[in-house]
Design a protein around this ligand. Structure first.
Ligand SMILES: N[C@@H](CCC(=O)N[C@@H](CS)C(=O)NCC(=O)O)C(=O)O
Length: 263
């Protein structure tokens, strides 16, 4: 590992951001003017096929498959490596400059929705599907939905970053985040030993959120070599749940959804 001497005050100009040098800056807000197209469908989704992005397309496809024709959507590609998330119209939709961002134009006033877990909750509540009505069952879905929002950054931003993206392989952060991700996989495996879906008897937005990260990881779709490195196949109950969700036609459609260009 190359030696790093901690400066008294950190400076962005002296920091190596590796693959993300072109987009990472220490400030928030729009960096340039960029109009986004707005289509005719009730929902406008500005996104990309990443684990956070596919949560929204999977749920919209599930809603359409369940007969909710009003869940129709236009899907636009925000190319994050080109910095589209810092364009002025996107920042109006999500000041945090991360995909996915949703615009609901089905009502009197357009409503913006950001954070992928919130998009799932917003749509599930709006259509009364994939979230149970009973308070105990609903609380359990929210427990796991919020668990995912807190846990996945350890998988993506921690493990995935140091295992796959960092310019050099560093033992300490890889050990640190592998330990945590293995603990998370064991937690999911133990939970799924006793029930068919993560929040109980029924498929819900909690399954969609968790499958998008941990399911795709177990399928070997995230970070080349990571499923073997983490020995995901040894988590048998998790693997059976992953296979069941992967087999859903709406999940497959959500993964293959076609993005329109924004420019
Ligand atoms: N907590 C957010 C995380 C979203 C997120 O990190 N999105 C990534 C792609 S998966 C992104 O837009 N990255 C662009 C950037 O960091 O500049 C959510 O769940 O929606």
């Amino acid at each position: 590992m190359s030696e790093y001497k901690l400066p008294k005050v950190w400076s962005a100009a002296d920091s190596n951001q590796g693959k993300f040098s072109g987009i990472n800056q220490p400030t928030a807000g729009a960096r340039f003017e960029q109009k986004l197209p707005v289509g005719e469908q009730p929902f406008q989704l500005y996104s990309l096929g990443t684990p956070n992005g596919v949560k929204a397309t999977i749920l919209l496809e599930e809603l359409l498959a369940a007969g909710a024709a009003e869940a129709a959507y236009d899907l636009y590609q925000i190319s994050i490596m080109d910095g589209d998330q810092f364009g002025s119209d996107f920042v109006k939709l999500n000041p945090n400059s991360k995909i996915p961002a949703l615009l609901d134009q089905s009502g009197a006033e357009p409503i913006r929705v950001f954070e992928s877990a919130h998009i799932l909750l917003y749509l599930a509540e709006k259509f009364g599907q994939f979230i149970p009505a009973g308070p105990a069952e609903r609380a359990e879905v929210l427990n796991w939905l919020f668990w995912q929002a807190g846990a996945a950054p350890f998988l993506g931003g921690g493990f995935g970053h140091f295992f796959h993206y960092a310019p050099e392989k560093m033992e300490y952060p890889i050990n640190r985040f592998t330990m945590e991700v293995k603990r998370q996989l064991d937690l999911l495996d133990k939970e799924l030993a006793a029930k068919p879906y993560i929040a109980g008897q029924d498929y819900s937005i909690a399954d969609i959120a968790i499958w998008s990260w941990y399911g795709q990881l177990a399928e070997g779709r995230l970070y080349a070599g990571s499923a073997e490195f983490l020995d995901t196949a040894s988590y048998k109950h998790l693997q059976a749940w992953v296979d069941k969700i992967t087999a859903r036609p709406a999940v497959q459609r959500g993964l293959k959804a076609e993005y329109k260009a924004i420019k």
